[in-house]
Design a protein around this ligand. Structure first.
Ligand code: ATP
Length: 358
């Protein structure tokens, strides 16, 4: 396994810049996800790491060595795409063996390596079958077996789960993570699905319009978004433009509309300085209470329920506070509040975050 480094990488297609100057360090053995909306440049970055696209500027290093001029088949990578692209006229074992034949692995070793890869993806008995005799999830596991059988330095996965149905996708998340842990291969995973990224990654690289917005652990990017884009892309957030009045070692005092002065602790206030600032309030951190319930220690405001969107385990409310609509996602342990109810909305100051800007 090897680290992957992008140094001032730029990719232009004609006059269009798909990837603006990007620097990224992917330590060996880690599972790193490039996350962002369609068109933000995730796949372009992955294809440059793979050697399928040449960067317009900058350097790509694998294991500390510059690979800009190294062709794809000499980069020692395992690649899995969304459409598994198994060869339909080859058996599963022949599919998995494909990469080994190109790497001059002695014939006598091939069957053993193929079987080990099939064991790893927990499909030990399907070697003689053809791909069409397998389910979508099984085919995707075979594509993974084919990618890892060559013992790649880096595994590149481009939306590998998106063609699977929802339940299978969740099972495969766990499976993929287990396999990555077991073999310890450096993995770069591309997805636009935030829950996939949060569940699987050691590090998430959030991208927007060809730029990296934030790099951090799932809890970092979720709880301490570095920008409004990240706050909105990962989950649902309420963002209120206010003013940072005071900053000290404990955090900042943010004067926010609807809620007044909120003391945001330093670990949630990033680099926010005095001046225009925004309060970021995740929908699931804003709770509705009966008006008579004690809400000591919470920052609160009176509200009226406008919309109730029942979601099974949770309910999503749109509430009006003054002239502003806020979103709240609450667990249901009783009857949800009805539309039109007068309620109190509240949150713990340590559950909000602050961002600089007006
Ligand atoms: P998706 O999730 O839809 O695949 P993405 O984040 O992976 O999106 P990219 O495929 O990297 O996005 O594309 C980034 C931008 O570059 C897009 O605007 C796309 O249209 C553009 N682009 C990609 N490949 C080419 C190409 N060969 N020629 C011109 N423009 C391209």
């Amino acid at each position: 396994m090897s680290s992957v480094t992008l140094k001032n990488i730029v990719k232009r297609f004609g006059s269009f810049t798909a990837v603006h100057p990007t620097n990224l360090e992917i330590p060996e053995g880690t599972f790193v996800t490039l996350l962002g909306p369609s068109g933000c440049g995730k796949t372009t970055n992955l294809r440059m790491i793979a050697g399928l696209l040449d960067p317009t500027e900058g350097e790509i290093l694998i294991g500390g060595k510059r690979v800009n001029d190294v062709p794809i088949h000499k980069r020692n990578l395992g690649i899995v795409f969304q459409n598994y692209a198994l060869f339909p006229h080859k058996t599963v074992a022949e599919n998995v063996a494909f990469g080994l034949k190109y790497r001059d692995v002695p014939k006598a070793d091939i069957a053993g390596k193929v079987q080990a890869a099939l064991d790893l993806v927990q499909l030990p008995d399907v070697g003689d079958r053809y791909p069409k005799a397998l389910s979508g999830g099984q085919q995707q596991r075979i594509a993974l077996a084919r990618a890892i059988v060559v013992e790649p330095e880096v595994l590149l996965l481009d939306e590998p789960l998106s063609a699977l149905d929802a339940n299978l996708r969740e099972d495969m998340r766990v499976e993929l993570k287990r396999i990555q842990h077991q073999i310890g291969v450096t993995t770069v995973f591309v997805t636009h699905d935030q829950s996939e990224a949060l569940a699987m990654s050691d590090t998430i690289v959030v991208m927007s319009a060809g730029r990296v917005e934030q790099v951090g652990s799932p809890s970092d990017v979720y709880n301490t978004p570095a920008s409004e884009f990240v706050a909105n892309f990962l989950g649902a957030s309420n963002i209120l433009a206010g003013h940072c009045e005071q900053k000290d070692a404990q955090g900042v005092v943010l004067d926010a509309p609807l809620f007044g002065k909120v003391h945001v602790p330093s670990d949630k206030a990033g680099q926010v300085q005095q001046g225009p600032a925004k309060l970021v309030l995740r929908a699931e951190k804003l709770t509705l209470f009966d008006e008579s319930t004690a809400t000591d220690g919470l920052v609160t405001a009176p509200a009226r329920v406008e919309t109730v969107d029942y979601q099974g385990q949770t309910v999503r409310y749109f509430v009006r506070v003054g002239d502003t609509q806020l979103q709240a996602i609450n667990m249901i342990d009783d009857t949800p509040f009805a539309e039109g109810s007068a309620v109190t909305v509240g949150f713990r100051p340590q559950d909000c975050a602050a961002l600089q800007g007006g």
